[in-house]
Ligand binder design. Structure first.
Ligand SMILES: Nc1ncnc2c1ncn2[C@@H]1O[C@H](COP(=O)(O)OS(=O)(=O)O)[C@@H](OP(=O)(O)O)[C@H]1O
Ligand SMILES: Nc1ncnc2c1ncn2[C@@H]1O[C@H](COP(=O)(O)OP(=O)(O)O)[C@@H](O)[C@H]1O
Length: 212
């Protein structure tokens, strides 16, 4: 950011960016890792929260600092004013993306797990970050599996029309075209939570995220 320019951003006029001498690089070397966003997208019941928790625990065991932003959880607070129509989901993703960006700037491995059904919204978040900061993980699980799990009974309600606009039933889900990681069933069997976490961890390890 240019430190001297007075600018207008959205409805904020006459604002100026303040640089701090302690920046992302200093924080990263303190933590021994690279701040980034692991963005887990997929249908309800596809295992996003399960992977987020397993990954966070594995990182913790390896002495790495992470923080989980779960769509469901953030809807209890920051995003409690949002519903599920397209513009609300877009705003949900934009806000979580902005919060995740702050965590990544803090040097933290931020794990965002939310349906984020629209490609455009996910791509906008990616585009607002520097190269390599956004690691998109697609939970490529068949609708039939997610629906069979139906932990919260929401698919059942959606099928009988008691929930309108439910992702995968009567609302769209746009799969990523070029994501970094795809989690899939093998021979019709879903990998265990720790195997899913291991797949993400080995990607992170090989790309150097787990060192400053
Ligand atoms: N209409 C509709 N469509 C999809 N999901 C619904 C809906 N209504 C409520 N829920 C519950 O909300 C959870 C999804 O919230 P997200 O913030 O991840 O959604 S989104 O990214 O804004 O699309 C989702 O939780 P997960 O199962 O964890 O994905 C559902 O439990
Ligand atoms: N890899 C897995 N193996 C077995 N069960 C899983 C796996 N991932 C998720 N589950 C189960 O599926 C259900 C939905 O998972 P969850 O993580 O809540 O999905 P989401 O956050 O995408 O809605 C939970 O009961 C969870 O225990």
């Amino acid at each position: 950011m240019n430190g001297h320019v007075i600018s207008t951003v959205g409805r904020s006029t006459n604002i100026k960016w303040h640089e701090c001498p302690i920046g992302k690089l200093e924080r990263q070397s303190l933590l021994g890792q690279k701040g980034c966003i692991v963005w887990i997208t997929g249908l309800s019941g596809s295992g996003k929260s399960t992977l987020a928790c397993a990954l966070s625990r594995e990182l913790y065991c390896r002495g790495r600092l992470s923080y989980v932003l779960d769509g469901d959880n953030l809807r209890h607070g920051l995003n409690s004013d949002l519903g599920f129509k397209q513009e609300d989901r877009a705003e949900n993703i934009r806000r979580i993306g902005e919060v995740a960006k702050l965590f990544a700037d803090a040097g933290v491995i931020c794990i965002a797990s939310l349906i984020s059904p629209y490609r455009r919204d996910r791509d906008a978040c990616r585009a607002s970050l520097s190269e390599g900061t956004f690691i998109e993980v697609f939970m490529d699980m068949p609708l039939e599996l997610c629906e069979a799990r139906d932990v919260k009974g929401l698919y059942k309600l959606a099928r009988v029309g008691n929930i309108k606009g439910f992702t995968g039933i009567d609302d769209p889900y746009e799969a990523p075209l070029n994501c970094e990681i795809v989690i899939q069933q093998k021979d019709g069997v879903c990998p265990s939570p720790s195997a899913m976490a291991e797949q993400v961890l080995s990607y992170m390890e090989s790309k150097g995220y787990l060192r400053a």
